[in-house]
Design a binder for this molecule. Structure first.
Ligand SMILES: C[S@@+](CC[C@H](N)C(=O)[O-])C[C@H]1O[C@@H](n2cnc3c(N)ncnc32)[C@H](O)[C@@H]1O
Length: 245
């Protein structure tokens, strides 16, 4: 998977790619990052990328020319999708991450200041994505969040590919509670079932915990889950435990 990122602050990406999963995935050739700075495409000697808004108002708006020239310098000879980061966009989630992880390349266009001249969105036809209903200073953190979420879904990136399958949101439910050593800490014990060695019962307990946790923390998700086509095992488990909901 290739990630092309149009950003005025490329240095912000170096740290993130120097640690943990993203570092290993880059070293193993599973992902690659290409940073392009629209400032390098300006035509004036001051390298100006923004200007005051037509019609007046606060702040500075990102100009079309440096962004569109930077965008057009990219390689489009592959199965790619362009994403423009914006608090006005469709809200990013795990199923969008999964969809994007199936492409060969994702192009991220990061804004800053007051945001983009509207024509940048129109000309690039990029998909407008947001990471939530709040406003950040720039699109760099949202792009990094998405790159991280997408990378985890690429085969071979996680040590054990099944770990992304059991992650929260992968099947519309939150993950079951996890415990590690010691068995007891400050009077709090690990649930007995997890120490039993009975894998069938552990699976059943974990699935029930997914239902209970999701119902408690995100009733909206649980309601949606119940509307989906449930398999026989889930139906049975829900029936047997209906007094808990
Ligand atoms: C200060 S914001 C501009 C907000 C813009 N004036 C508005 O009200 O829609 C600057 C840039 O940060 C990025 N950004 C801010 N919040 C974001 C969010 N929730 N999701 C994705 N990108 C965001 C976008 O790239 C945006 O162009």
């Amino acid at each position: 998977m290739k990630f092309d990122v149009l950003t005025l602050f490329p240095e912000m990406f170096a740290q993130a790619f120097n640690y943990s999963i993203l570092k290993r995935a880059t070293e193993n050739g599973l992902i690659s990052l290409n940073l392009v700075n629209p400032r390098d495409f300006t035509l004036d000697k001051h390298k100006k990328v923004d200007d005051t808004p037509f019609g007046g108002g606060a702040g500075m708006v990102l100009m079309c020319q440096p962004f569109i020239d930077a965008y057009n310098s990219l390689d489009f000879d592959c199965d790619y999708e362009a994403v423009i980061l914006s608090p006005q966009g469709e809200k990013f989630n795990q199923s969008i991450a999964k969809e994007l992880s199936e492409r060969e390349k994702i192009i991220f266009i990061c804004g800053h200041y007051e945001g983009f001249d509207e024509r940048i969105k129109k000309i690039t036809k990029a998909r407008e994505l947001s990471i939530g209903d709040f406003v950040l200073t720039g699109g760099e953190y949202p792009a990094l969040c998405m790159i991280d979420a997408i990378s985890r879904l690429i085969e071979g990136v996680l040590g054990d590919d099944t770990s992304s399958v059991s992650d929260s949101h992968s099947d519309g439910l939150l993950e079951y509670p996890q415990y590690t050593k010691p068995r007891e800490f400050m009077g709090e014990s690990v649930p007995e079932i997890l120490l039993s060695g009975n894998h069938g019962e552990i699976e059943k307990w974990r699935r029930l915990q997914q239902f209970l946790t999701t119902n408690k923390k995100r009733p909206d998700l649980f309601k949606n889950f119940l509307k989906t086509e449930l398999n026989k095992t889930d139906k049975k488990l829900l029936r047997e435990n209906k007094h808990l909901f």
